[in-house]
Design a protein around this ligand. Sequence first.
Ligand SMILES: NC(=O)c1ccc[n+]([C@@H]2O[C@H](COP(=O)([O-])OP(=O)(O)OC[C@H]3O[C@@H](n4cnc5c(N)ncnc54)[C@H](O)[C@@H]3O)[C@@H](O)[C@H]2O)c1
Length: 245
Amino acid sequence: MAVANRVVLVTGAAGGLGAAVARRLAEPGTALVLCDLDDAGMKDVVASLPGTPVLTRVVDVGDAEQVDAAVAAAVEEFGGLHVMVNNAGVIAPNARIHNLTAADWDLALRVNLMGVVHGMTAAIRVMRGAGGGSIVNTASVAGLTAWAYAAPYGATKAAVVHLTKIAAVEYAKERIRVNCICPGTFESGMSARIPREAMAAMEARHPLGFGVPEDVAGAFAYLAGDESRWTTGAAIVVDGGYAAP
Ligand SMILES: NC(=O)c1ccc[n+]([C@@H]2O[C@H](COP(=O)([O-])OP(=O)(O)OC[C@H]3O[C@@H](n4cnc5c(N)ncnc54)[C@H](O)[C@@H]3O)[C@@H](O)[C@H]2O)c1
């Protein structure tokens, strides 16, 4: 068991991957705090977790105060925060750079980058005084390889990979491990928003084909729990072979 008797917060918890991670980490004694903009979606996830203590919070991860309040609620309700999963993300319109607007960039920066910054900051402030913890950020293979037509997405995911490494070095002495996962393409609300032709081209580049969220969730369990106790600053690729060539 990866995170038994721990308090785990997951952002983007109503989405495909966030829900799968929440279900994967719902072990005996685990308490979960689920955060998302989508309240109804979170309620559906809660219904799939009978017996697990769960708190849901409607949170915009782009707003530092809301993220701070969610972390404070975890501490107040469950007595601490041991695992922080910064997973909420958005994809910009499928377009070359000259066709993107400043608003497209603002949204990607606000959610994909600053959402992770706010989540890490709030979690670190709690974990430092409590003997450590594990932070797992959701990046993407788009942050490691050049995905045409998705510049805001790829640039913000690359920033998440680098931010993860910097935080890992800064907080290792305080026993806070910081890692990220770089998934390839899997079925979710996000991938459903990518144009069909783009998806067909992408699928051809995944030797094992597209995944499903459950194909990725085990890597989160590994990084969240003690089996990864000597791993920090890692960007673990889980991508059906996409990045292999
Ligand atoms: N689907 C893929 O192929 C794929 C591949 C690599 C990485 N990812 C990453 O996985 C993560 C989860 O995405 P998913 O595929 O499950 O997509 P999804 O759209 O199903 O889930 C994303 C969730 O984030 C929430 N969200 C969006 N903006 C938010 C905000 N400002 N504050 C709080 N919550 C917000 C949405 O409501 C949604 O529930 C994202 O970070 C995404 O970039 C996805």
